[in-house]
Design a protein around this ligand. Sequence first.
Ligand code: MG
Length: 364
Amino acid sequence: MKITEMQFGTLRVPLKTPFKTALRAVDFVEDIVIMISTDDGHTGYGSAPATAVITGDTHGSIIEAIKHYIWPRIVGQDVANLNVLTRLVQTAMEKNSSAKAAIEIAIYDLWGQLYDAPLYCLLGGGDPIITTDITISVDYIDKMVADSISAVERGFESLKLKVGKDIELDIERVKAVYAAVEGRALLRLDANQGWTAKQAVFALQTLEDAGVHLELVEQPVKARDLNGLKHVTERVHTPIMADESVFGPTEVIDLIRMRAADIINIKLMKTGGISNAIHIADIAAMYDVECMIGCMLETGISVAAAVHVAAAKSDSITKIDLDGPSLCTFNPIDGGVIFNDSEISITDAIGLGIREIKGLEPIH
Ligand code: MG
């Protein structure tokens, strides 16, 4: 199975409610989709969104990176040589992690097709059903409480609240949601770099003293402020998770050695795809550190790939935050992963099992 051709498309899906974090507000998901064809008639699918404020990747940079740096290295290569291929992708250029992720996802999809098995089976098997949380955007208190209650009524047992805008108001937001859903759902907070280390310690100690039990708090401080992250981790009981602070495996090793956080959030768009996500899950397992697997605002192609990784690496990936497709008004992907609110299941379709993408607009 040799790689012969590549095509790009764009896929745009409106969100049910605008997605608001401390960093940005958006009301639709837009992915660059890549389709890689082989000499024996197979097609592998990959995709990536633009997240300029997190990874630095834009739609334009993703296309340019793939066309001019990654694609020339992999065209003509045999899909059976997966490790050679992923190495070629990862060393094609610095950074550009979302472009690398899109290509790797398509390659792994083909690799599954080559061996006629669902991807997670080739990655080591596991339970094909996982449970995700859902994101509650940062907003007025009443709106966040209403959104949280409606998510619990839809069956979500973990809510990820976006905070990090205004420290005093954030504390009130969390207290109000906690009171509304206590005993019915666990709360995760994501501050998206919105606090200083001192503010984070103040907010979390205040919440702890008020009896608010949080499952974890994600990225309280700026991405580069590893010392600040460590400062917070040392001073609160609530588990602290690193998201924007760590992208690849070597950063994860540094973070674990520093004891700067308790949990690591793996995202394919940060790791540059599946190969490094697997490395991180394995490194974390060696150190008995738990991981979450998360996504950006992405559609069901790249999120399906994350679902396969999560199922196969459930030993260290114990928390799932793959709500991208369930935040969309509809799922344009007819594929091997079924997103049904909190429950995500993998069918026995081979590879990623993608059969059709509705509304895909080709890029020429
Ligand atoms: Mg996050």
